[in-house]
Design a protein around this ligand. Sequence first.
Ligand SMILES: Nc1ncnc2c1ncn2[C@@H]1O[C@H](COP(=O)(O)OP(=O)(O)O)[C@@H](O)[C@H]1O
Ligand SMILES: [Mg+2]
Length: 603
Amino acid sequence: MPIRQLSAGTVNRIAAGEVIERPASVVKELVENALDAGAAEVEVVTAAGGLSLIRVGDDGCGMSPADLALAVERHATSKLGDEDLFNIATLGFRGEALPSIGAIARLSIKSRQRDAAAAAHEIVVDRGVKQAVRPAALNVGTCVEVCELFSATPARLKFLKSERAENMAISEVVKRLAMAHPTVGFTLTTGERAGLKLMRQPLGPDGQLARLGRIMGREFLDDALGVDIEREGVRVAGFAGLPTLHRPDPGQQYLFVNGRPVKDKLLIGAVRAAYGDLLPKARYPLLALFVTLSPREVDVNVHPSKAEVRFRDAGRVRSLVAGALRQALEAAGHRASATGGVGAIATLARGGGTSAPASSSFAPRPASGFPRGSPLPRGFGEAMQAPLEGLAGPSADARAAAEPAAADLLDRPLGAARAQLHETYIVAQTRGSVVIVDQHAAHERLVYERLKAALADGGVARQGLLIPQIVELDGDEAAALAEAAPQLQSLGLVIEAFGAGAVMVREVPALLGETDINGLVRDLAREAMSEAGGSLLEERLAAVCSTMACHGSVRAGRRLTAEEMNALLRDMEATPHSGQCNHGRPTYVELQLADIERLFGRR
Ligand SMILES: Nc1ncnc2c1ncn2[C@@H]1O[C@H](COP(=O)(O)OP(=O)(O)O)[C@@H](O)[C@H]1O
Ligand SMILES: [Mg+2]
C-alpha cells in the first residue's frame, strides 16, 4: 500500500484516542480550560455518565468570535505565547482538547468576553464537521456542551464501565481540580443522588483546609496536620492525616504539582517512605500535598492527559516531600487520632444501656441512679469490679495508683495513672479528660522507637545469653534468616546457622528484656522469607524492629505497678509517634470530660 497523509478528521480522532479515554477526560479538559480562563465559578452538568451530555459553564475571560473559530483547530492555543515548553503556568498548553472532542462528539461552545461591549457567539463542531461562528445568547464567560460522546468512535463505548462508575470518575476529576483551586466555586450535577456543591473559599491555609474537608471528609479535617516547607525554590504545603487515619487503598492520597493533580510514582514513594513504619502493611494515609516549584524545574509534557510529570531534580523533590511529612508527623508527637475518643463516646451513647443518646442535652434527664433493686445493665458490674480487683491486689504500688497523684501529673498531656483494667488498659486522669491506654500497643511503640534511635546512634546494645538458644526452623527459613544475620546483628540479635534447619541465638537486644526468643526468631524468619531481596534495607530494618518490639513489649495481661504505669505515660509523651502502635492502631483514646458529662445528661 502506498503511503498517504491522513485526513485531518482521522488525525483528530487518533489524538482523541489518547486524550479522551472516557467521559471524565472530557470533564477534566473542559474544567481545566475554565480554570485557565480565570473562572471564579465552574458549573458541571452531565447526563448518562457523560455519554449523552457534558456541559461545563464558567465565568472566565471568554473568547472573541475569531478565537472561537481558532479554538477548535488542532494545535491552536493561547497558552504558549513564547512556545517555551519549559515555562508552562497553565493547566492546558497542547491545544488538542477541543479539536479532539469535536472529532468524536457534537461540540458546541458559546462564549462572551468580559468586555461590556462584547456579544456572545457560538461555534459547533459535529463529529469533525466545523460550522460557521454565529451569534448566541450567554452571560459573560464560556459554556461548552458535548453531546453524544464517542458516537463517531463507537468502539470506545465497549470499554466504558457502568454509568455509575463513569459518574464516580467524573466526580473524582472535579474534586481533584477543586482541591487545588479552593478560591473557585464548583458545582457538579450528574444525576446521582448527591451532587457536589463547593463554595468559594478565602485564599490561604484555612480556606484550603475547609475545601479539603468538604471533599475528604470531617475525619480528615479533625486529624489533618499542616505541612508547609520551602527550600531552594521548592515548596511543599498542604495537609497530612495522622497515621491512625488510614485506608486500604491509596485513593485518598492527593498529590499536586503546580496546581495540577498528578499520580506520580516518585511522590507516592516519598509519602510511603515518610509514613513507612507508622502504618500497618497495605494501608494508606490520607493527605493532600501541593508541590510548587519553578515551571523550569518540571516537565509536564510527558503524558497526553498530563497526569504525570518529570522533575529535573527528582531526588531533591523526593527528599523534601518525605522530610516535610516526617517533620509534621514528628511534631504531632504522641497525638493520636482524635476520632478514637469521639468514636468511643458515640458508641457508648448508642449502646450504653442507660438512656441518654448523644444529643441528650435536650432530652429529659434520666433519673439519677438506678431504681433500687433493679439489675445493673449488663457489663456494668464487670467494669466496676475490675479496678477494685486491681487495687486490692498484692502490690502496694497498685494501691498507690488510687491515691491522688501529684497535681502536676494531672497537667501532663496523658495525665496521672489511676488504675489498670483487665491487666491490659491503663486508665489515667487529666484535668479535662479520661485517658485509656492500651499498654501493649503503647509499650511496643516505645520499644520500637528506642530500637530505631539506638540503630541510628550506631548500634543496639546486646545482651549475651548464658546458654545460647537453638531455634528449629524449616530449611528455607533458616537459610533466609542466616542471610539476614549481619542486619540482625546491628539490631542486637546475634544468630548463626546451626545445621540445616536451625539457628543458634547467642545475643539479644538488651532493650527487649526477657523475651520469648523462639517466637521472635520464628517471626523474623517468616519475614526474612517473604521479604527476601524485596524491599529497601531501610524498610526491612524497620520491619525487624517492629517484630522485635512486638516481642519485647509488655504484653497485655501483665499487671503493672503505679510507677510502671506513670513511667509508660511519661515515655509516651516524650516519644514521637507514640500515638499509634506499629500496626497503625491508636495506643490510647482520650475521652473528654465534657463528652462524658453529656453522655450522662449532665450537660
Ligand atoms: N472556557 C474557556 N474560556 C476561555 N477560553 C477558552 C476556554 N476553553 C478553551 N479556550 C481557548 O481555546 C484554546 C484551546 O483550548 P484547548 O483545545 O483545550 O487547548 P489548550 O487548553 O491546551 O490551550 C485555549 O488555549 C483557550 O484560548
Ligand atoms: Mg485545554
